[in-house]
Design a protein. Sequence first.
Length: 221
Amino acid sequence: MCAFQIAIDGPAGAGKSTIAKKIAEKLSFIYIDTGAMYRALTYEVLDRKIAIDNIEEIIHIAKNCNIAFKNKDVFVNNNKVNDDIRSRRVNENVSYIAKIPEVRNILVDRQKKIASNNNIVMDGRDIGTKVLPNANLKIFLTASVEERALRRYNEIKCNNSNVDIESIRSEIVKRDAMDESREHSPLKKAINAVTIDTTGLTIKEVVENILILVRKQCINI
Ligand code: DC
Protein backbone atom coordinates (compact mmCIF):
# COMPACT_ATOMS: atom_id res chain seq x y z
CA MET A 1 0.00 0.00 0.00
CA CYS A 2 1.34 3.47 -0.85
CA ALA A 3 1.77 6.17 1.89
CA PHE A 4 -1.57 7.88 1.72
CA GLN A 5 -3.39 10.86 3.22
CA ILE A 6 -7.18 11.11 2.99
CA ALA A 7 -8.86 14.42 3.87
CA ILE A 8 -12.58 14.40 4.63
CA ASP A 9 -14.35 17.73 5.10
CA GLY A 10 -17.97 18.77 5.29
CA PRO A 11 -20.67 20.41 7.40
CA ALA A 12 -21.89 19.30 10.84
CA GLY A 13 -23.68 15.95 10.88
CA ALA A 14 -22.71 14.90 7.34
CA GLY A 15 -21.33 11.63 8.73
CA LYS A 16 -17.63 12.52 8.44
CA SER A 17 -16.47 10.86 11.67
CA THR A 18 -18.46 7.65 11.15
CA ILE A 19 -17.25 7.30 7.58
CA ALA A 20 -13.65 8.38 8.27
CA LYS A 21 -13.38 5.88 11.16
CA LYS A 22 -14.60 3.02 8.96
CA ILE A 23 -12.27 3.92 6.09
CA ALA A 24 -9.32 4.06 8.52
CA GLU A 25 -10.29 0.65 9.95
CA LYS A 26 -10.58 -0.93 6.50
CA LEU A 27 -7.20 0.42 5.40
CA SER A 28 -5.45 0.11 8.81
CA PHE A 29 -4.70 3.85 8.71
CA ILE A 30 -4.53 6.24 11.67
CA TYR A 31 -7.77 8.21 12.14
CA ILE A 32 -7.79 11.75 13.50
CA ASP A 33 -11.05 13.56 14.30
CA THR A 34 -9.95 17.21 14.27
CA GLY A 35 -13.42 18.35 15.39
CA ALA A 36 -12.76 16.43 18.60
CA MET A 37 -9.65 18.59 19.14
CA TYR A 38 -11.67 21.84 18.88
CA ARG A 39 -14.34 20.26 21.09
CA ALA A 40 -11.79 19.10 23.68
CA LEU A 41 -10.34 22.60 23.92
CA THR A 42 -13.86 24.07 24.22
CA TYR A 43 -14.67 21.62 27.00
CA GLU A 44 -11.51 22.59 28.87
CA VAL A 45 -12.30 26.33 28.53
CA LEU A 46 -15.88 25.84 29.77
CA ASP A 47 -14.77 23.52 32.56
CA ARG A 48 -12.33 26.17 33.81
CA LYS A 49 -15.18 28.72 33.64
CA ILE A 50 -13.27 30.96 31.26
CA ALA A 51 -15.52 33.45 29.43
CA ILE A 52 -15.90 32.58 25.76
CA ASP A 53 -14.72 36.10 24.81
CA ASN A 54 -11.53 35.89 26.90
CA ILE A 55 -9.42 35.30 23.81
CA GLU A 56 -6.07 35.73 25.54
CA GLU A 57 -6.80 33.07 28.15
CA ILE A 58 -8.28 30.69 25.55
CA ILE A 59 -5.09 30.98 23.47
CA HIS A 60 -3.04 30.32 26.61
CA ILE A 61 -5.07 27.15 27.31
CA ALA A 62 -4.78 26.05 23.66
CA LYS A 63 -0.99 26.37 23.84
CA ASN A 64 -0.68 24.46 27.08
CA CYS A 65 -3.35 21.79 27.09
CA ASN A 66 -2.51 18.29 26.06
CA ILE A 67 -5.11 16.78 23.72
CA ALA A 68 -4.49 13.12 23.00
CA PHE A 69 -6.17 10.24 21.20
CA LYS A 70 -5.59 6.77 22.66
CA ASN A 71 -7.36 3.84 21.04
CA LYS A 72 -10.91 5.18 20.64
CA ASP A 73 -10.72 7.67 23.52
CA VAL A 74 -10.07 11.42 23.64
CA PHE A 75 -8.13 12.90 26.56
CA VAL A 76 -7.55 16.48 27.72
CA ASN A 77 -4.71 16.72 30.21
CA ASN A 78 -5.09 12.97 30.87
CA ASN A 79 -8.86 13.19 31.57
CA LYS A 80 -11.08 11.07 29.34
CA VAL A 81 -13.65 13.42 27.75
CA ASN A 82 -15.38 11.24 25.12
CA ASP A 83 -18.93 12.12 26.20
CA ASP A 84 -18.25 15.58 27.67
CA ILE A 85 -17.08 16.93 24.32
CA ARG A 86 -20.41 15.96 22.68
CA SER A 87 -22.54 17.92 25.16
CA ARG A 88 -24.97 20.59 24.09
CA ARG A 89 -22.86 23.28 25.81
CA VAL A 90 -19.82 22.29 23.79
CA ASN A 91 -21.93 22.18 20.58
CA GLU A 92 -23.14 25.71 21.23
CA ASN A 93 -19.70 27.18 21.97
CA VAL A 94 -17.20 25.30 19.80
CA SER A 95 -17.61 27.50 16.71
CA TYR A 96 -16.67 30.60 18.74
CA ILE A 97 -13.41 28.99 19.78
CA ALA A 98 -12.72 27.47 16.36
CA LYS A 99 -12.81 30.91 14.73
CA ILE A 100 -9.90 32.32 16.79
CA PRO A 101 -6.96 32.38 14.32
CA GLU A 102 -4.27 31.73 16.97
CA VAL A 103 -6.20 28.70 18.22
CA ARG A 104 -6.46 27.39 14.67
CA ASN A 105 -2.73 27.84 14.08
CA ILE A 106 -1.89 25.90 17.25
CA LEU A 107 -4.24 22.99 16.44
CA VAL A 108 -3.41 22.92 12.72
CA ASP A 109 0.33 22.65 13.55
CA ARG A 110 -0.40 19.67 15.81
CA GLN A 111 -2.59 18.06 13.14
CA LYS A 112 0.13 18.47 10.48
CA LYS A 113 2.68 16.92 12.83
CA ILE A 114 0.47 13.89 13.51
CA ALA A 115 -0.14 13.46 9.78
CA SER A 116 3.49 13.65 8.69
CA ASN A 117 4.89 10.25 7.68
CA ASN A 118 1.66 8.40 8.46
CA ASN A 119 -1.05 6.80 6.42
CA ILE A 120 -3.94 8.81 7.75
CA VAL A 121 -7.62 9.63 7.45
CA MET A 122 -8.36 13.04 8.90
CA ASP A 123 -11.75 14.72 9.06
CA GLY A 124 -12.78 18.30 9.78
CA ARG A 125 -13.59 21.53 7.98
CA ASP A 126 -10.23 22.70 6.60
CA ILE A 127 -8.32 19.45 6.08
CA GLY A 128 -8.25 19.53 2.28
CA THR A 129 -7.75 23.30 2.11
CA LYS A 130 -5.30 23.94 4.92
CA VAL A 131 -4.10 21.01 7.03
CA LEU A 132 -3.31 18.51 4.25
CA PRO A 133 -3.32 20.56 1.02
CA ASN A 134 -1.37 17.77 -0.72
CA ALA A 135 -3.60 14.92 0.47
CA ASN A 136 -3.80 12.05 -2.03
CA LEU A 137 -7.58 12.04 -1.83
CA LYS A 138 -9.94 14.81 -0.72
CA ILE A 139 -13.60 14.14 -0.04
CA PHE A 140 -16.30 16.71 0.66
CA LEU A 141 -19.20 14.97 2.41
CA THR A 142 -22.58 16.67 2.43
CA ALA A 143 -26.20 15.78 3.16
CA SER A 144 -29.42 17.79 3.31
CA VAL A 145 -29.97 19.74 6.55
CA GLU A 146 -33.11 17.66 7.19
CA GLU A 147 -31.20 14.39 6.95
CA ARG A 148 -28.31 15.67 9.09
CA ALA A 149 -30.75 16.84 11.78
CA LEU A 150 -32.56 13.49 11.69
CA ARG A 151 -29.28 11.57 12.09
CA ARG A 152 -28.24 13.67 15.09
CA TYR A 153 -31.75 13.34 16.56
CA ASN A 154 -31.64 9.53 16.29
CA GLU A 155 -28.17 9.50 17.86
CA ILE A 156 -29.12 11.71 20.80
CA LYS A 157 -32.61 10.39 21.55
CA CYS A 158 -31.22 7.00 22.70
CA ASN A 159 -29.80 8.72 25.79
CA ASN A 160 -32.06 11.72 26.08
CA SER A 161 -35.80 11.65 25.47
CA ASN A 162 -35.91 15.41 25.96
CA VAL A 163 -34.70 16.43 22.50
CA ASP A 164 -36.65 17.92 19.66
CA ILE A 165 -35.57 17.73 16.06
CA GLU A 166 -36.31 21.39 15.29
CA SER A 167 -33.81 22.69 17.86
CA ILE A 168 -31.16 20.26 16.57
CA ARG A 169 -31.85 21.49 13.04
CA SER A 170 -31.48 25.15 13.98
CA GLU A 171 -28.28 24.43 15.93
CA ILE A 172 -26.81 22.71 12.83
CA VAL A 173 -27.85 25.60 10.56
CA LYS A 174 -26.28 28.11 12.96
CA ARG A 175 -23.03 26.13 13.25
CA ASP A 176 -22.80 25.70 9.43
CA ALA A 177 -23.26 29.46 8.99
CA MET A 178 -20.50 30.26 11.51
CA ASP A 179 -18.10 27.65 10.10
CA GLU A 180 -18.70 28.81 6.49
CA SER A 181 -18.49 32.54 7.13
CA ARG A 182 -15.54 32.81 9.51
CA GLU A 183 -12.56 34.75 8.24
CA HIS A 184 -9.88 32.13 8.85
CA SER A 185 -10.07 28.73 7.13
CA PRO A 186 -13.83 28.68 6.63
CA LEU A 187 -15.56 25.42 5.78
CA LYS A 188 -15.06 25.18 2.02
CA LYS A 189 -14.70 22.41 -0.53
CA ALA A 190 -11.09 22.12 -1.73
CA ILE A 191 -10.81 22.68 -5.50
CA ASN A 192 -9.73 19.09 -6.13
CA ALA A 193 -12.10 17.42 -3.64
CA VAL A 194 -14.73 14.90 -4.71
CA THR A 195 -18.19 15.78 -3.39
CA ILE A 196 -20.31 12.92 -2.06
CA ASP A 197 -23.89 13.77 -1.11
CA THR A 198 -24.78 11.15 1.48
CA THR A 199 -28.50 11.98 1.58
CA GLY A 200 -30.32 8.67 1.21
CA LEU A 201 -27.09 6.62 1.11
CA THR A 202 -26.17 4.01 3.70
CA ILE A 203 -22.86 4.19 5.58
CA LYS A 204 -21.77 1.06 3.71
CA GLU A 205 -22.47 2.67 0.33
CA VAL A 206 -20.50 5.82 1.18
CA VAL A 207 -17.55 3.77 2.50
CA GLU A 208 -17.54 1.64 -0.66
CA ASN A 209 -17.61 4.74 -2.90
CA ILE A 210 -14.61 6.18 -1.08
CA LEU A 211 -12.66 2.91 -1.16
CA ILE A 212 -13.14 2.81 -4.95
CA LEU A 213 -11.61 6.31 -5.14
CA VAL A 214 -8.69 5.23 -2.90
CA ARG A 215 -7.92 2.27 -5.16
CA LYS A 216 -8.05 4.49 -8.25
CA GLN A 217 -5.63 6.97 -6.68
CA CYS A 218 -3.19 4.22 -5.70
CA ILE A 219 -3.12 3.00 -9.29
CA ASN A 220 -2.42 6.55 -10.46
CA ILE A 221 0.54 7.06 -8.11
O1 DC B 1 -16.86 17.91 13.24
P1 DC B 1 -17.43 18.46 14.56
O2 DC B 1 -18.89 18.79 14.50
O3 DC B 1 -17.09 17.60 15.73
O4 DC B 1 -16.64 19.85 14.77
C1 DC B 1 -16.90 20.69 15.86
C2 DC B 1 -16.61 22.13 15.50
O5 DC B 1 -15.19 22.31 15.37
C3 DC B 1 -17.21 22.63 14.20
O6 DC B 1 -18.41 23.33 14.43
C4 DC B 1 -16.18 23.52 13.61
C5 DC B 1 -14.90 23.18 14.30
N1 DC B 1 -13.91 22.56 13.42
C6 DC B 1 -13.11 23.37 12.68
O7 DC B 1 -13.29 24.58 12.71
N2 DC B 1 -12.10 22.84 11.95
C7 DC B 1 -11.89 21.53 11.89
N3 DC B 1 -10.88 21.04 11.17
C8 DC B 1 -12.74 20.66 12.63
C9 DC B 1 -13.77 21.20 13.37
